[in-house]
Write a protein that binds this ligand. Structure first.
Ligand code: NDP
Length: 335
């Protein structure tokens, strides 16, 4: 079985030399262990943070060991009474083709309700991240004007669809004409901005707010930071709610991060801006899965995916998050 290990801690943008693809034997599982062959793994931007030796909400990746991340696999052999060969399981043991683990590291998933990779997308952490951010943090209600940045990505594409399904006008921002076409045609947002083609994001957002007949935005689903946050502050209505999910434009910067020049608007407009981590909202998971499954069955939750084939393409998949090569959830098909 092959796995991707972290060899040294990247400085700024990671390079190929920071990693290695190693082979190791996976022996038959011991008593209490389950053997799993991974079918899919997903990559996400937060993995960049875990490559640094810095204190955060999850510990750093160890050096010379396989990295971790969400994966869906099939049980091959089991020495635990709760798991049987053929079961579909979720684990955080991605970045490897196969593994043995105690049953406590695995969660069973329904094989029939959804395609297996959906458990890494709208029915998995990206779904929970979008759901918790909009419903709990931003307290979304029908009619709110919603602005979503990195709107074509894993979390953003789901946030756009949740807001749309709840009767909210949605403005999405993404980089490039293909992504903008995807926002309009697949996610069916009301307005889409190609931020790479706009000299001023604030002017572009003002134009689109006007085009949909609104006075400003009520909810900002923040994935990017920097200019996007500045534009959202400028166009916010009084008492707007900003759910701060991520700030990807800042993750690889080595010099001073870019801070919006209009932060005082948080006070003058009485904006409530709140950061959150999806893992703190696991109590919403069952409700989220039920809602997503219903929307999916009704054709109201498109599963947007960019798929790479084979563990040797896993790093390409990861780089793609930062170069903007992906649409929807970025996943690697492992077998
Ligand atoms: P995505 O699938 O959205 O991939 C990242 C996207 O970010 C890229 O497709 C790219 O799209 C965009 N991007 C990259 N660099 C920049 C930049 N400099 N400026 C603007 N856009 C950029 O990843 P995820 O959906 O997994 O994550 C989205 C955000 O959510 C991230 O900030 C992530 O850290 C955060 N997150 C937070 C969680 C939480 O619990 N709080 C949980 C999961 C994710 P484009 O081509 O449009 O630029």
């Amino acid at each position: 079985s092959r796995e991707i290990q972290l060899k040294r801690r990247p400085v700024g943008k990671p390079v190929a030399e920071d990693f290695t693809c190693a082979s190791r034997d996976v022996p038959p599982p011991a008593e209490g262990e389950v053997q799993v062959r991974n079918l899919w793994m997903a990559v996400d931007p937060a993995m960049r943070g875990r490559m640094d030796d810095a204190k955060s909400y999850v510990p750093p990746f160890a050096l010379d060991a396989a990295m971790e991340g969400p994966a869906i696999g099939e049980v091959i052999a089991s020495h635990d009474p709760d798991f049987a060969p053929g079961d579909l399981v979720f684990s955080r043991l991605g970045w490897r083709e196969a593994f043995n683990a105690p049953a406590s590291a695995l969660q069973k998933r329904d094989k029939h309700a959804l395609p297996s990779q959906a458990w890494l997308c709208f029915a998995g952490m990206p779904g929970l991240t979008a759901y918790a951010g909009l419903l709990r943090i931003a307290q979304l209600k029908a009619g709110d004007v919603v602005f979503v940045s990195a709107a074509s990505g894993a979390v953003g594409s789901i946030a756009c669809q949740i807001a749309r399904n709840m009767g909210c006008p949605v403005i999405g921002s993404a980089g490039g004409p293909d992504k903008v076409a995807f926002l309009r045609e697949v996610l069916k947002v009301d307005a889409a901005i190609d931020y790479k083609a706009e000299p001023s994001l604030t002017k572009a957002l003002a134009r689109e707010v006007k085009a949909i007949g609104a006075s400003g935005i009520d909810v900002y689903f923040e994935n990017v930071g920097g200019d996007h946050l500045q534009a959202a502050l400028s166009l916010a209505n009084n008492f707007a709610r900003f759910a701060v999910c991520g700030m990807i434009s800042q993750y690889n910067v080595t010099d001073a991060p870019s801070v919006p020049r209009n932060l005082t608007m948080i006070m003058t407009k009485r904006i409530r801006m709140e950061g959150y981590i999806a893992l703190d909202h696991m109590d919403l998971e069952a409700e989220m899965v039920e809602q997503m499954t219903a929307w999916s069955a009704a054709g109201q939750m498109a599963s947007a995916e960019t798929i790479y084939e084979g563990i040797d393409k896993a790093l390409d998949a990861f780089w793609g998050l930062f170069s903007g090569a992906n649409i929807g959830r970025t996943m690697v098909k492992l077998s």
